[in-house]
Design a protein around this ligand. Structure first.
Ligand code: ADP
Length: 532
């Protein structure tokens, strides 16, 4: 006889949508479209539309496990497509339209996408690549209001559909890394990992979401599943505000008209917001928290939010970690710390919540101490961390289940983690490591510096020495001497760049990160004056 039992309850993503539609049916999902139109739906409506879409996909002969792709900015139809595809057992594939053609061709074919839902603005891209995409059978435009558009497709269904059910370890989503080297790699999220990640992301010591929140995800839905917000926000019963454009003026206006409490975006998005604020005097008045990640957020940015009374929630993660891993979580005695001491912690990449295990190792794989000084290769394991890339022949983890993140980090005795660099970007000078990220962040704190990139260039004596490339702010005439002077207050003397060059712009990846591979290639034969 059984001693007793708890209930069977497969952790499938549709439980999140069922929950929010049942408990918070009238909580809104608002969209400002690129043409200025505004549509107002709610979670009950998204639930209904997702059922209609699932019906349609089944009629088209899409089978559980098949990939359904999107090439789109943020809006309610994009959200509907995620839940609709997952609801019939499909796997949603969010394609990043900023990738190069070659990568766009590769990933759609590699994923064997069968359907593509896309925004009108990407029509030229679709026309260009259609002949190369070998598996896509159907193309539908999200924001076409005509008889072939997404809305008409939904209108033709009655929504009488019960979600496809299956084991929780089935896949529900695939995201490709932007692949700064080699081909992009697909990370196949499962229903279980996605639900667990949503529970984790909503926790008080991570994003701390609740039904009183109004979330405006500026992070695109094609960037690492919009940091899991469509799932974590549903779990919490939050209202969503979407903007199809990333124009800071539109975002700021929406933040005030819709009383947005949480905004999420990479550092460059917030820099644009600051520029807008400085130019117009307009400020987001209801924000209680901003979520920033994807690259290290500069100290000056985090400080400005703190001074505005907004919690700057600094997150770290990657596509391979679903993506949220660590987050700023105030520890014991937080309230007694000075503003600067708090800021020191905010600048780090957060604490380690349950479900995430981190360690740092040396090049031989030997674990290094968590002493706040030693830096090493950051490794991670947990239930929402990749084990094997899509269609890969081998696991991406070692025998102990650890995944090597490619980041270099320091673990502090107080439990915080600090990214110091990407392992490929550290500048190796005289056998010691210089953090290119620290140099860049210190440089952007110098008045007149818009953006900065530090790379190692060949030096006969030291192996590599730092070269700093700087984009000046419009109208600024800041000099190398002034920047060096500023840097001496923030970094060790031997870290100071051997040279500072001014450039008009810097190359970025599809997710807005500095493309160091291109810079290293460009400056590989650069002769430093100090090397003469
Ligand atoms: P992509 O390069 O495709 O945009 P990800 O978004 O998965 O891929 O990028 C993950 C990487 O971004 C991390 O490995 C890390 O190097 C960097 N990163 C993410 N968040 C932070 C952060 N808060 N501080 C510093 N680096 C970060």
């Amino acid at each position: 006889m059984q001693m007793g039992a708890m209930q069977d309850f497969e952790l499938r993503v549709m439980r999140l949508l069922d929950h929010v539609a049942r408990e918070h049916p009238t909580r809104e999902v608002v969209t400002r479209w690129a043409d200025g139109r505004e549509t107002r739906n709610d979670w009950a409506g998204i639930h209904r539309n997702a059922r209609k879409l699932a019906q349609r996909l089944v009629k088209w002969g899409i089978n559980p496990g098949d990939r359904v792709a999107t090439l789109a900015m943020n809006h309610e139809h994009h959200l509907t497509s995620w839940y609709g595809a997952m609801g019939m057992g499909g796997v949603i594939h969010t394609i990043n339209p900023r990738l190069f053609d070659e990568q766009l061709i590769y990933i759609a074919n590699h994923a064997e996408d069968r359907v593509l839902f896309y925004d009108k603005q990407f029509q030229p891209l679709v026309d260009r690549l259609k002949p190369e995409w070998t598996s896509i059978e159907r193309y539908v435009v999200f924001d076409d209001l005509g008889p072939d558009g997404f809305q008409a497709l939904l209108d033709a269904e009655d929504g009488d559909y019960a979600w496809y059910e299956g084991p929780e370890r089935e896949p529900c989503m695939i995201c490709y890394t932007s692949g700064t080297t080699g081909n992009p790699k697909g990370v196949l999220y499962e229903h279980r990992s996605t639900v667990l990640h949503a529970m984790h992301a909503a926790e008080p010591w991570v994003m701390g979401l609740s039904a009183s929140d109004v979330i405006l995800p500026i992070v695109p839905m094609f960037h690492a599943a919009a940091w899991g917000l469509p799932f974590a926000g549903a779990l919490a019963g939050a209202k969503f505000v979407y903007s199809q454009t990333n124009d800071a003026a539109v975002l700021c206006e929406l933040m005030n008209s819709e009383k947005v409490t949480i905004g999420s975006g990479v550092p460059t998005v917030w820099l644009a917001m600051f520029q807008h604020m400085d130019a117009t005097g307009e400020e987001p008045r209801f924000l209680r928290q901003i979520t920033v990640g994807g690259s290290a957020a500069p100290r000056a940015m985090l400080a400005r939010f703190m001074d505005m009374g907004i919690k700057p929630l600094h997150l770290w993660g990657m596509t391979e970690t679903s993506p949220v891993a660590t987050a700023l979580a105030p520890g014991p005695g937080w309230g007694d710390l000075t503003r600067d001491a708090q800021l020191d912690i905010v600048c780090k990449q957060g604490s380690i919540p349950f479900g995430v295990e981190l360690r740092i190792v040396d090049d031989e794989g030997t674990e290094l101490p968590r002493d706040g000084e030693t830096s090493g290769r950051l490794q991670i394991r947990g239930p929402w961390v990749v084990k094997r890339y899509f269609k890969a022949e081998q696991d991406a983890v070692d025998a102990g289940g650890w995944f090597d993140t490619g980041d270099v980090a320091v673990l502090h005795p107080d439990g915080t983690m600090q990214i110091t660099d990407r392992s490929k970007d550290v500048i190796k000078s005289g056998g010691e490591w210089i953090s290119s990220v620290d140099l860049e962040n210190a440089a952007v704190g110098c008045p007149g510096v818009g953006e900065a990139a530090a790379i190692g260039v060949y030096h006969p004596k030291w192996d590599e020495r730092p070269l700093l490339l700087v984009v000046r702010k419009p109208g600024s005439a800041v000099t190398p001497q002034e920047i060096t002077q500023h840097l001496t207050q923030h970094v060790a003397k031997w870290w100071l760049p051997d040279e500072i060059l001014f450039v008009d712009d810097l190359p970025h990846t599809a997710t807005g990160k500095l493309l160091k591979t291109v810079l290293r290639e460009q400056y590989k034969d650069y002769k430093l004056a100090t090397a003469a």
